[in-house]
Write a protein that binds this ligand. Structure first.
Ligand code: ADP
Length: 261
C-alpha cells in the first residue's frame, strides 16, 4: 500500500513507546446492573486486541467509555497519556480525535456522496484542505475496494459496501486507534467476508491500534495479538489467539467457543 493510503497516526513519543489505552479498576453500572466490575487492562500502540464473550458481558460498554459516550462510575481510563473523566472539554475533544469508531450500523450521511462522507470531518474538524482530504479519501476508497464509488450515495450501495465506506471514513481522521463494534453483525452473510478482508488488510498493512468486539472467531484468530474473554463484566481469561482458541484454561471459555465456533 502506498504511504498516501496508510492511516498516519502521527503518534507522539509516548504512544509509539508503548501503552496507548489503559483502564484501571473501571466499574460501570446501569442502575443496579453492574456491567463492568473493577476492570483492568491495557493496550499497547499498534496492537490488535479482540474482546470476545457472551452478549451482555460489557464489551460494547468499554468501547463507549473510550469514545466518552459514557462515563465510568469508578476507576480511571487513560488514552495516550491523557486521563478521561475528569478532563476538560478541550482534552476530551483532543482524545476523541485519536479514536475512530465503526459501529454495527454504518451511520453514513444519507444525503452526501461517498466521497463527501469521508472528506467532511477531516475538513471541518481537522482543518484539512479540501484537496488533501479528497486525495486521501480516494486513497482510502481504493484501500477498501470502492475506488469507483466516489459519487454514489449510501442508498445505492450494499450494506457491505456501506460498512467499507464507514471504515474509510473512520480512517480518514487519522486515528491512532480504531474501535470496531461488531461491524459485520448487521450484514447479510454473503457480505461479511468482504468487510473482514478489508479489516485484515488494514490490520496487516498499517500500524493502527485496533480494539475489536466481534463474534467472528476466525477473523479474531487471524488479526489478534491478544484476545480478552469477558463474562459478567470481567475479563476471565486473556492470551494470544492460538492459546485462547485452541487451549483455553477455563471451561467457561471452552463452552462459549463451542457455542459460537
Ligand atoms: P456486550 O457488548 O458484551 O453484548 P454491552 O456492553 O452492550 O454488552 O451491555 C452490557 C450490559 O449493559 C447489558 O446487560 C446491557 O443490557 C446493559 N446496558 C448497555 N447499555 C445500557 C444503557 N444505555 N442503559 C442500560 N443498560 C445498558
Amino acid at each position: 500500500m502506498s504511504t498516501d493510503t496508510i492511516p498516519n497516526p502521527e503518534k507522539d513519543a509516548s504512544a509509539s513507546a508503548g501503552e496507548l489505552i489503559r483502564l484501571d479498576q473501571v466499574t460501570k453500572r446501569f442502575g443496579s446492573n453492574t456491567v463492568l466490575d473493577h476492570l483492568d487492562f491495557s493496550v499497547d500502540a499498534g496492537k490488535h486486541v479482540t474482546l470476545i464473550g457472551p452478549s451482555g458481558s460489557g464489551k460494547t460498554t468499554i468501547l463507549r467509555l473510550l469514545m466518552t459516550l459514557l462515563k465510568p462510575d469508578e476507576g480511571t481510563i487513560t488514552v495516550d497519556g491523557q486521563q478521561l473523566f475528569p478532563a476538560s472539554d478541550k482534552q476530551v475533544r483532543e482524545v476523541r480525535k485519536k479514536i475512530g469508531m465503526v459501529f454495527q450500523q454504518f451511520n453514513l450521511f444519507p444525503n452526501m456522496t461517498v466521497l463527501r462522507n469521508i472528506t467532511e470531518a477531516p475538513v471541518t474538524v481537522l482543518g484539512m484542505s479540501k484537496d488533501e482530504a479528497v486525495e486521501r479519501a480516494k486513497g482510502l476508497l481504493d484501500l477498501v475496494g470502492l475506488a469507483d464509488k466516489c459519487d454514489a450515495h449510501p442508498a445505492q450501495l450494499s450494506g457491505g459496501q456501506q460498512q467499507r465506506v464507514a471504515i474509510a471514513r473512520a480512517l480518514a481522521m487519522r486515528p491512532q486507534v480504531l474501535l470496531l463494534d461488531e461491524v459485520t453483525s448487521a450484514l447479510d452473510p454473503e457480505l461479511v467476508a468482504g468487510v473482514l478482508d478489508v479489516l485484515r488488510d488494514i490490520a496487516r498493512s498499517t500500524d493502527i491500534t485496533m480494539l475489536c468486539v466481534t463474534h467472528e472467531m476466525n477473523f479474531a484468530r487471524d488479526i489478534s495479538d491478544q484476545v480478552l474473554m469477558f463474562d459478567l463484566g470481567r475479563i476471565i481469561e486473556s492470551g494470544p489467539p492460538e492459546k485462547i482458541f485452541s487451549d483455553p484454561e477455563l471451561d467457561r471459555t471452552r463452552e462459549f467457543l463451542s457455542a459460537v465456533l
